[in-house]
Each structure stands twice: as structure tokens, then as C-alpha cells.
Design a protein around this ligand. Structure first.
Ligand code: SF4
Ligand code: SF4
Length: 96
């Protein structure tokens, strides 16, 4: 697993799935809608920036995950924890 932190969460890429990918939709989407922080190395998407810069620059547009899901191999997971939302739902009785 290839993983890096972003401002409010992290992005995980299961690069094993990328070897059969022909679209490289994640890199294209990051270039078109994101901040151009992904590039290909061989058949694998990796950061084109340092880990610190990725955390600062990524705009959390979610496009790498969405485009990989529909045009790639569903290899990207973006995790954005929202503890305030969980607490709000708990207060509203929507969550135990
Ligand atoms: S689109 Fe998905 S499967 Fe294809 S290279 Fe990117 S992360 Fe890997
Ligand atoms: S969330 Fe957006 S800016 Fe961040 S890596 Fe994915 S496509 Fe690029």
C-alpha cells in the first residue's frame, strides 16, 4: 500500500491493482481537477512532491478516488475523519 497524509486525512493507493490499469485516471484527474501532485513511476502512481508538500498542497478534491473507481481499478481510498460530525450525530440520537 502506498499512503500519504493530506490536510485532514490520508490517501491510500493499493498499487498492486495498478499493474493491470490502462487508464491511469488518478494521475489525469489530479492534473485536471486537483493540484498535480501525482505522477507515474512505471505502472504505479506516486507523489510528484515531498510528503510535506503533498499534505500542504492537496486540495482534497476526491477526484483521484472517484476517477479510479470508475475508470481505473478502484485502488484509491481517501479517508477524511470527521469527529465533529460523529459527535453531532450522536447528540441527535442518530448514532450510538
Ligand atoms: S487509476 Fe487507479 S488503478 Fe489506475 S493507476 Fe491510478 S490508482 Fe492505479
Ligand atoms: S484529492 Fe485531488 S489534489 Fe489530492 S491527490 Fe487526489 S486528485 Fe490530487
Amino acid at each position: 500500500m502506498y499512503e500519504f497524509e493530506i490536510k485532514t486525512g490520508k490517501i491510500t493507493i493499493d498499487q498492486d491493482k495498478c499493474k493491470d490499469c490502462t487508464s491511469f485516471a488518478c494521475v489525469k484527474a489530479c492534473s485536471a481537477f486537483g493540484r498535480q501532485i501525482l505522477r507515474l513511476e512505471g505502472h504505479k502512481p506516486i507523489l510528484s512532491t515531498s510528503l510535506d508538500d503533498a499534505k500542504r498542497i492537496c486540495n482534497e478534491c476526491l477526484c483521484c478516488e472517484l476517477y479510479c473507481k470508475f475508470d481505473g481499478r478502484d485502488a484509491v481510498r481517501i479517508s477524511l475523519p470527521m469527529p465533529e460530525l460523529v459527535e453531532y450525530r450522536r447528540k441527535m440520537g442518530l448514532e450510538k
